[in-house]
Design a protein around this ligand. Structure first.
Ligand code: S3P
Length: 438
């Protein structure tokens, strides 16, 4: 858990959800904008920056590495780039907090520096597998010590990196991005091939910063020895944060919400397709391009949902949305079958286990397998949930409270601030009845 104090929530049925809201900026884009802005030549202005603990931790790390970052207002950062070779080593460990994205991308960025670095994280991050990045980085010539594959990461500087061709064993944008960032410092070509295409923000942003890169879904290739040139970055609203409201408004009768200017990168909107397969009423309006990314307003109305067999091809495009999706499945009529989601076991918590246990505590029958679950839709009752300090588990069970026949208490919710500062106020403003107990 981050921060000093523990926060629990109580969620119960509110009114229908109504109104227009803007959820905070995209976490993935905010991390990358800070990192690329830091090693670019010139000044990068980031608008719509996520003021979450994860992205603030990355900003603090870049500052510790000698980058001047101004915060003129909420959601804005001005990054004074130091150029590709301008970072300075820090004798102190670099604390990534709860952020897997921060740590894995930084591992790639720091592997080719002249100085040593140590990356640390909180209790949850310290349990997350890092071999998936350290092993391919070692093949590029990096030397990174771990504690049996877990953080802290001790990254030895002064290594000469060389490009490799790497076929990822699991679909992971974090691993792909770590290798591409190391590839900036490597001799020759770095090429990454994915088993299923994942979010391509690193590739798009490198191209926007002027680094020559070839990429298409599932493939990226670049060469070391170029320069990054600062450009301004407009961060769209985070689809993963909008997801909680898409599910909540779908489930609560009489609801209609408009979520403004949400990022609609095709590699992020698997949940939208999955909910529509279940019968959800979600429309995209004012679709436009902002900073090279598709964005649009999402208008969601209540609709009765039915269980589905989730197409496995959607899994990477909704990897962070499974906790919310499981709540939709629990309320849907019939059975929902999910397969091919073993990755959920190594997120901020074991999300398969956390969701299965939480739904059972509320009276839903769930069969869990090593890489999936079968959820039998039914009536949700009140009960007590352990969020396991996982932001997305906490927010998902806040939705459950809206449709359960009794109060849902959710323990250990402080980490919601890692990705969604202001969630409670925004949720209550549109009809949730969510109470915080410190
Ligand atoms: C992210 C990639 C995904 C996702 C995470 C953010 C990124 O992780 O779950 O929240 O910004 O690259 P994996 O690469 O582990 O799938």
């Amino acid at each position: 858990m981050s921060g000093a104090s523990r926060i629990d929530w109580r969620s119960r049925a509110g009114g229908p959800l109504r109104g227009e809201l803007t959820v905070p900026g995209d976490k993935s884009v905010s991390h990358r904008a800070l990192m690329l802005g830091s090693i670019a030549q010139g000044t990068t202005r980031i608008r719509g920056f996520l003021e979450g603990e994860d992205t603030r931790a990355t900003a603090a790390v870049m500052a510790q590495l000698g980058v001047r970052i101004e915060a003129p207002s909420d959601g804005e950062r001005i990054v004074h780039g130091v150029g590709l070779d301008g970072l300075r080593g820090s004798p102190q460990p670099l604390d990534c907090g709860n952020a897997g994205t921060g740590m894995r991308l930084l591992a790639g960025l720091l592997a080719g520096q002249r100085f040593d670095s140590t990356l640390i994280g909180d209790a949850s991050l310290s349990r997350r597998p890092m071999r998936r990045v350290t092993e391919p980085l070692a093949r590029m010539g990096a030397r990174i010590d771990t504690r049996d594959g877990l953080p802290p990461l001790i990254i030895h500087g002064g290594r000469r990196l060389h490009g490799i061709r790497y076929e990822l064993p699991v679909a992971s944008a974090q691993v792909k991005s770590a290798l591409l960032l190391a590839g900036l410092y490597a001799e020759g070509v770095t090429e990454v091939i994915e088993p299923h295409p994942t979010r391509d923000y690193t590739e798009r942003m490198l191209a926007a910063f002027g680094w020559p890169i070839d990429f298409s879904p599932g493939h990226a290739r670049l060469e070391g020895g170029h320069a990054l040139h600062a450009v301004d970055v407009d961060v769209p609203a985070d689809f993963s944060s909008a997801a909680f409201f898409l599910v909540a408004a779908s489930l609560v009768p009489g609801s209609e919400l408009r979520l403004r200017a949400v990022g609609l990168n095709p590699r992020r909107i698997g949940l939208l397709h999955a909910l529509r397969l279940m019968g959800a009423d979600i429309r995209i309006e004012h679709e436009r391009s902002s900073g090279g990314e598709p964005v649009g307003d999402l208008v969601v109305r209540h609709a009765p949902l039915r269980g589905i067999e989730l197409p496995e091809a959607l899994v990477p495009d909704m990897i962070d949305e499974f906790p919310a999706f499981f709540i939709a499945a629990a309320v849907a009529r019939g059975t929902t079958v999910v397969r091919g989601v073993a990755e959920l076991r190594v997120k901020e918590s074991d999300r398969l286990a956390a969701m299965a246990a939480g739904l059972r505590a509320l009276g839903i029958a769930v069969e869990e397998s090593p890489d999936g679950a079968v959820i039998h839709g039914g009536a949700l009752h009140g009960g007590r949930i352990d969020s396991r300090g996982d932001h997305r588990i906490a927010m998902s069970f806040a939705i459950a409270g809206l449709v359960a026949d009794g109060e849902v208490s959710i323990e250990d919710c402080a980490n919601v601030a890692t990705s969604f500062p202001g969630f409670v106020d925004l949720a209550n403003g549109c009809g949730f009845a969510l109470q915080t107990c410190v």
